[in-house]
Design a protein. Sequence first.
Length: 327
Amino acid sequence: MKRMLTGLQPTGEITLGNYIGAIRQMVEYQEKYDSFIFVADMHAITIEQDPAELKKNIRNLLAIYLACGIDKDKNTIFLQSENVYHANLSWMLECLTPYGELTRMTQFKDKSQKHKSFSSGLLTYPVLMASDILIYDTDLVPVGQDQKQHVELARNIADRVNKKYNKELFTMPDALIGTNSKKIMDLIDPTHKMSKSSENKNGVIFLLDSDEDIRKKIMRATTDSDMSIKFDPDNKPGISNLINIYSALSNLSVSEVEEKFKDSNYGTFKASVAELVIDTLRPIKEKYEMYQNSSKIDEILDNGLNVTSKIAREKYELLKQTMGLTR
Ligand code: AMP
Ligand code: TRP
């Protein structure tokens, strides 16, 4: 069985975009792969974090994973910072990665321009991600388009280190980009992706939003003056986004959604989208409350740490020995 590994950063509240674009895929893949799912808290601190807020976000994300259907019996679920071998391996891999390769990463270029002052961790972030992946001999890494370049870097590192020491130290990972995964856009500005960090929260649906808020946000979503429910992202980005949301959550194709609402007006269509989102999120919210207040999360993490540290330690020791870090 192929091994799959992926994680999200515990930064801010999880959006409908994260659910449709990432978490739902994880739930699907757990049936097919030996699946490792983690909370990338060490990646979160590459940007300034408030400690109390970060702690809260870590637990929230774990409860969201479980509430969305990530099953503790089908996945190894863990917290990145608890497994110290990731960062240890990362240090060694940093010493085997040319500086120029990291300054060329698109995400580094974007984020370093956005912040006046930024940490060195922002530069070495993709090497830590490579460690997360390579330490478990991961075959498949489900990620969004924006992280594809980082998986490429992990492959380059694996290949270079294997060649340098003339040994199969690391397995070559492949990025797994869902073929029918949809990019969900902001409801107010449908030319931009729906994102945790958007300034106007009215354009973003968070998984834990109240039914009332979901309804309000969708009813006020930006549309156009054309009146037809047709998928045309260039000319009708707002309506196309709502069609995408409906299609993703109903498992109807885009053209089936168009057909279903061909005689509806925008108001009726929006109301149907809102009800579908509410119905989808209701059981998630209920389960979230249950997990949030239980010790289940701690049991799951203890087990995750136990399982992952054994595997990770072996890989770490192997590279350590190979590099001559030994007495
Ligand atoms: P982020 O919240 O940007 O850290 O993204 C974490 C994961 O969620 C990535 O795999 C993204 O591809 C996915 N994701 C985030 N926002 C969206 C969105 N608006 N539509 C689809 N997928 C998304
Ligand atoms: N960098 C990823 C993100 O921001 C999170 C992440 C960290 C990750 N390590 C990973 C994803 C390893 C997949 C595999 O979304």
